[in-house]
Design a protein around this ligand. Sequence first.
Ligand code: AMP
Ligand code: ZN
Length: 136
Amino acid sequence: MSDCIFCRIGRKEVKSDIVLESERLIAIKDINPQAPTHILIIPKAHYGTLMDCDDKELLAEMIETAKALARKLGLDKRGFRTVINTNEEGGQTVFHPHMHFMAGERSSAGWDKTRRRKKVWLRYYRARFATAAACS
Ligand code: AMP
Ligand code: ZN
């Protein structure tokens, strides 16, 4: 039995804001939200990182839980983001695998960097294409 914070949350030894629960998983509100909706989907069994978990059913249940959460919260059409940080360079700070479920416009700058970069490129290519079309 592990004593890590997410194991203790799964065993209800540490208080958390539970959004959804099944036999093998618990979904709780992140204590330090980076988006208007920021939920963590956490397996009750302990593994160090995603790389240590080969339980395909459990991994599939994590994804299905994200979909169920999206429907439950009315976010399935509006959209949401799922992230599993893995190991140090992947930004993992709690070494018990968990999936971040984030939704809402006000995502943090860090999480949104890639998206913003893509938008800038898209704008650039659109402008170039428009200029090329006008000159031909
Ligand atoms: P990661 O950096 O991907 O390992 O994510 C760990 C996440 O766990 C962070 O977003 C933390 O805010 C969150 N967290 C840590 N402790 C708790 C806690 N006791 N209850 C809820 N969320 C937590
Ligand atoms: Zn654990």
